[in-house]
Design a protein around this ligand. Sequence first.
Ligand code: ZN
Length: 178
Amino acid sequence: MILPIVQVGDPVLRARAAAIAPSDLPSLSGLITDMQATMRDAPGVGLAAPQIGRSLQLAVIEDTTDGLTDEQRLARERRSVPFHVIVNPSIQPIGDEVVLAYEGCLSFKGFVMVVPRARRVRVEALDEHGTPVVIEASGWYARILQHEIDHLHGIVCCDRMDPRTLSTVENRERFPPG
Ligand code: ZN
């Protein structure tokens, strides 16, 4: 089932989402399936539970890099990431390299903005079965993890953006930065 995506201004995007007891995960498998379908339909590379109105520490991620040229993949340090689920994540930057890039958000429909993000991160989380996982990521995948985990803490991309870069998607294409 495709779920409606909450847009900025809804207080659920500003709440700190509740941690999930591992024993509750089996009952959330239907929600995870719906979030996967909703992310793919949007389409997006990540979706956090608050974005579909559920204040839970749960996000789904998948980056197929479909439709990108090798040049675009290289420029964004973007590689395919298979579908996976993160539950109750914690995140730490690795090193102090920061990368600036335009990003969008399914809860800021039609807008993009430059957001500085750590180039590399380490995430500790549970998967959908409650198994602990450690993820070390760099480049675009690290950006996705930071963006989705921010959602679980009530932080959205405009909190971290360079405010003068905010643009509609249309105008970003019309007026490419020099
Ligand atoms: Zn988002």
